[in-house]
Design a protein around this ligand. Structure first.
Ligand code: SAH
Length: 220
């Protein structure tokens, strides 16, 4: 009989493989991904699959991102303790929790979600795993950003946009960075925008696949 390990050992085995494959590079991302229990951010029927490196359904046609994509985005955002971060697309809340581990104890994650049942799902998952103090879930159209909490040190979009949503670049702090998948509905390039004063430097980090960003400055 094959003895399946418990979730902690499965989680560590997955992170070992993310390190081996070069997705996890920094000790901060490694530590965060070893701590956040991905199984707690999944519907019951998918808990068993929490440590397979794949996106999984979370309801309403949406998905929790694959662990390697969460790792890529966390690495490319250069997260650090104390930063104020805006996520567009809370989904399950998992990605926000990983970021929260890194910006703790003085930083904060604001995460926006346009589907109310998912905003509640994310909030419940973050509460039961102990991240409520570090993460605020906001129900609403994230393509407009969150002007009342701007500027943000980092912004990332966990859904594919037709173009870079302009309100998001405007809400970046000087020296801040934005990560956003831009392209078609089924395939995008992950774009990093760095703000230096009033200059915005863009870099293409390569191909990715996200569900569509739907809203005023996204798909309609
Ligand atoms: N980061 C999530 C995965 C997100 S999937 C996780 O860790 O589980 C992308 C999410 O973006 C979906 O839940 C979708 O409803 C949401 N979304 C799409 N367009 C949006 C918008 N304009 N504002 C806020 N959320 C949006």
């Amino acid at each position: 009989m094959l003895l399946m390990g418990d979730n902690d050992s499965r989680r560590n085995a997955l992170v070992d493989s993310l390190v081996r494959r070069g997705y996890v590079v920094s000790s901060s991302v490694e530590k965060a991904m070893r701590r956040v229990p991905r199984e707690e951010f999944l519907p019951d029927s998918f808990r068993e699959d929490a440590y397979i490196d794949t996106p999984l359904p979370i309801g309403d046609g949406q998905t929790i991102s694959a662990p390697h994509m969460v790792a890529i985005m966390a690495e490319r955002l250069d997260l650090a303790p104390g930063l104020k971060v805006l996520e567009i697309g809370a989904g399950s809340g998992y990605h926000a929790a990983v970021c929260a581990e890194i910006v703790a104890p003085d930083g904060h994650i604001y995460t926006m979600e346009r589907i109310s049942s998912l905003a509640e799902f994310a909030e419940g998952n973050l509460r039961k795993t102990g991240y409520s103090e570090l993460v605020t879930v906001i129900f609403g159209d994230g393509t407009r950003g969150l002007p009342e909490k701007a500027p943000f040190d980092r912004i990332f979009v966990a859904a594919g946009a037709p173009d870079i949503p302009e309100p998001l670049t405007k809400q970046l702090a000087d020296g801040g960075a934005l990560l956003v998948p831009v392209g078609g509905r089924y395939y995008q390039d992950l774009i990093k925008v760095r703000r230096r004063g009033n200059r915005f430097e863009k870099e293409n980090l390569g191909g990715c696949v996200f569900v569509p960003l739907i809203g005023e400055y996204g798909y309609h």
